[in-house]
Design a protein around this ligand. Structure first.
Ligand code: PEP
Ligand code: MN
Length: 452
């Protein structure tokens, strides 16, 4: 048997050990035998992803860290069980693939495509409870934990939902794999992805022009007899926030090939802004796995925090292992990010730096909707590029909340959605997402920043 490269890692702390570390943002299960039964069921389930795929993504993220590729990571704030339909999954893939084509073509840079998809069912919350009309109930923590309906029954924490998460993720990933390798992602299809949409939107027309250019290039390649696999399929990876310890622990397995632990619930998992305590359970568990992992860093993170987190999560400095996802807010990024990037770089640490321009830019409209202003989202990405350009570091990617549907959740964008428009199609159960047109607009603007 091959000797493991890092034998100390092979011992994974038990679930009880992790809870004993005082894990935050966890469900409170009343029925311990139901919780144990759900964990036992999950432990027997086959992996959703393979270790070799996680290694491949880690390699691609090493390219991002070295300035040779750009990461596009996106999807819902919170997936729902009800949203596991062919149409919904196809629409999300379609917008991500379209954005990737725009970025690849307009900026001539390889794009690593990762969905916030097939596992993004658990949400950290700033408050444990929610009060409506004098009634207080547990907050909605994502379909992994409880239901959205404002009733005591729906809001009770139900461990069986973790098994439903596995099944919903398996169905979603199966479809995503079929779409990305079974012909739908063929570059010759890129017109078909958006035919229903190009006619009535300026960004759709702009997309169609790129499509015409690519068609000419493909026809030329065809004529000279070149037809690589890359024209027909795309590499697509899954990701979610690793939040619920019962779920992530049950899906952490020793890979027979490398003898290393992998969290086989997803190719990439990240640690959220609220669970990144250095001595916390989430950092502990993710420090043991070989998957590429992300850490969200908000405006209160110091460079020392980031360096200490990196040393704990990747002491052997494996390239591509750690991605820092900064989410400062448009108003803070230009003043907060330089110090972080400078000191981390000076410590000899090479990470992929990725911008989440969503979570620092949320506000509530006077008519009561949680929203984001498209211009703030763009301004944060612009600030992110400015900071990295001035320090000579690589702005490695964007992490966005989006949907492939024509929802009205974020204000602004080409269609100039107003607070009043949010009443039309506000469907998210958690944070507001860019709709299909806003997502493509963002892709064009980021492509300009990349090539500018
Ligand atoms: C999220 O990505 O939906 C999220 C909760 O982010 P953060 O941990 O950065 O607040
Ligand atoms: Mn969110």
């Amino acid at each position: 048997m091959r000797v493991p490269a890092y034998p100390w890692r092979v011992s994974i702390p038990s679930l009880d050990d992790l809870h004993a570390m005082g894990a935050v943002q966890q469900p409170t299960y009343v029925d311990q035998s139901a919780r144990d039964a759900a964990v036992q069921t999950l432990r027997k389930m086959p992996p959703l992803v393979f270790a070799g795929e996680c290694d491949a993504l880690r390699g691609r993220l090493a390219d991002v860290a070295q300035g040779k590729a750009f990461l596009l990571q996106g999807g819902d704030c919170a997936e729902t069980f009800e949203g596991v339909t062919a149409e919904n999954v196809r629409n999300k893939l379609r917008v991500l693939l379209s954005m990737a084509v725009v970025l690849t073509y307009a900026a001539s840079v390889p794009v690593v495509k990762v969905g916030r998809l097939a596992g993004q069912y658990a949400k950290p919350r700033s408050s444990d409870t929610e009060t409506r009309d004098g009634v207080t109930l547990p907050a909605y923590r994502g379909d992994a934990v409880n239901g959205f309906d404002f009733t005591p029954e729906a809001r009770a924490h139900d461990p069986h939902r973790l098994v439903d998460v596995y099944n919903a993720s398996a169905a979603t990933l199966n479809l995503a794999r079929a779409f990305t390798t079974g012909g739908y992602a063929d570059l010759r299809q890129m017109h078909a992805w958006n035919t229903d949409f190009v006619k009535n939107s300026p960004v759709g027309e702009r997309y169609e022009r790129i499509g015409a250019d690519i068609d000419r290039a493909l026809a030329f390649m065809d004529a000279i007899g070149v037809d690589p696999d890359e024209f027909h399929t795309v590499d697509f990876f899954s990701s979610h926030e690793a939040l619920i310890l019962e779920y992530e622990h049950a899906l952490t397995r020793i890979d027979s090939r490398t003898q290393l632990p992998y969290d086989v619930s997803s190719h990439f998992v990240w640690i959220g802004e609220r669970t990144r305590q250095l001595d916390g359970a989430h950092v502990e568990l993710l420090s043991r796995i070989a998957n590429p992992i992300g850490v969200k860093l908000g405006p209160t993170s110091t460079a020392d925090d980031a360096i200490a987190l990196y040393e704990k999560l990747n002491p052997e400095r494996t390239p591509g292992k750690v991605t820092f996802i900064t989410r400062f807010g448009a108003g803070k990024i230009r003043e907060g990010l330089p110090n972080l990037v400078e000191k981390v770089t000076a410590a000899g640490i090479e990470v992929a730096w990725v911008c989440d321009p969503m979570h620092g830019n949320t506000f509530e409209t006077s008519n009561g909707y949680k929203t984001r202003e498209f211009d703030d989202v763009i301004d944060e990405v612009r600030g992110f590029f400015e900071v990295h350009r001035s320090l000579g570091t690589w702005p490695g990617g964007v992490h966005v909340e989006l949907t492939g549907d024509d929802v009205t959740e974020c204000v602004g964008g080409g269609a100039k959605l107003s607070a009043e428009d949010l009443t039309h199609r506000y469907e998210t159960l958690c944070d507001p997402r860019l709709n299909r047109a806003q997502s493509l607009e963002l892709a064009f603007l980021v492509a300009e920043m990349l090539s500018g």
